[in-house]
Design a protein around this ligand. Structure first.
Ligand SMILES: C[S@@+](CC[C@H](N)C(=O)[O-])C[C@H]1O[C@@H](n2cnc3c(N)ncnc32)[C@H](O)[C@@H]1O
Length: 244
């Protein structure tokens, strides 16, 4: 195991695609790729936390030139193994601070990955770095959950977000510090294994402020990739900021 891989080490990387199988369903993925391909146009796309290429590979298959930033060599190695994986450039590093060559039409960070940055400073730094990588009318897209504080009674800390035969997911909220730990209980070889991962949850308008500080403004906010309205009931949002 390589400690520099962070929480997505070899063991997690080996099971990632299987454990996130629902997210690879074309019914989920096609609208994501449609959305991003339209923003990329003839330009390049930059994925922060590219992982095993769940989004990058089908986006590249549409003819978009995709580059990724990824902390985990183990996750990047899984991407490389796949057909088309060799053609996608990956820079190993922290996406809150890593610089890559050239400019991009669109940068994106999906599947709650912005929350893997566990401080406000790191999340704000991510926005500044993205702005530096975007061309004149470039966009930044974030897909992230709406913090589920409405599901917590006063003083309560735990939200069960999945209760399946092979996986239980429980978020442990620390409201005072605007953070949470996601506890995943996965059935592996007949036994439940625990994997706990820290996150910083973040509010939509806090992201807007980070964008503004970085020289971007909100262009669109949706409740999903098919441009569903964002409402008080939305569980997550897809937000697009553009350079001012
Ligand atoms: C939930 S996975 C998402 C992977 C891929 N984007 C997807 O949608 O399937 C989060 C990915 O972000 C990477 N990651 C987490 N924090 C990171 C950071 N600070 N810098 C670069 N990559 C990071 C993890 O190693 C992991 O591959």
């Amino acid at each position: 195991m390589d400690a520099e891989d962070g929480y997505f080490d070899e063991r997690v990387a080996a099971r990632y695609d299987e454990s996130a199988a629902d997210m690879f369903d074309p019914a989920v993925l096609d609208p994501v790729v449609d959305f991003l391909a339209a923003l990329a146009g003839d330009g390049r796309a930059l994925e922060l936390g590219i992982g095993t290429g769940r989004v990058a590979l089908p986006l590249a298959a549409r003819g978009v030139s995709v580059h990724g930033i990824e902390l985990s060599k183990a996750m990047a190695a899984k991407l490389r193994e796949k057909p088309g994986g060799e053609e996608i450039g990956v820079t190993i590093g922290d996406f809150s601070s890593t610089t890559v060559d050239g400019t991009f039409s669109v940068a994106y960070v999906v599947f709650n990955t912005i929350m893997n940055l566990t401080t406000q400073e790191a999340q704000a730094s991510c926005f500044r770095h993205v702005a530096d990588h975007l061309g004149p009318s470039g966009c930044f897209v974030v897909e992230v959950m709406v913090p589920e504080l409405q599901r917590l009674g006063h003083g309560e800390m735990f939200v069960v977000f999945n209760a399946g035969e092979k996986h239980w997911g429980i978020d442990e909220y620390d409201v005072a510090n605007q953070s949470l730990v996601s506890h995943h209980f996965n059935l592996v070889d007949g036994r439940f294994e625990l994997l706990s991962m820290p996150f910083r949850y973040v509010w939509p308008d806090e992201l807007d402020l980070m964008a503004e500080v970085a020289g971007m403004r909100l262009r669109e906010r949706w409740g999903g990739w098919q441009r569903e309205p964002f409402t008080s009931e939305s569980r997550h949002h897809v937000s697009v900021w553009e350079k001012q």
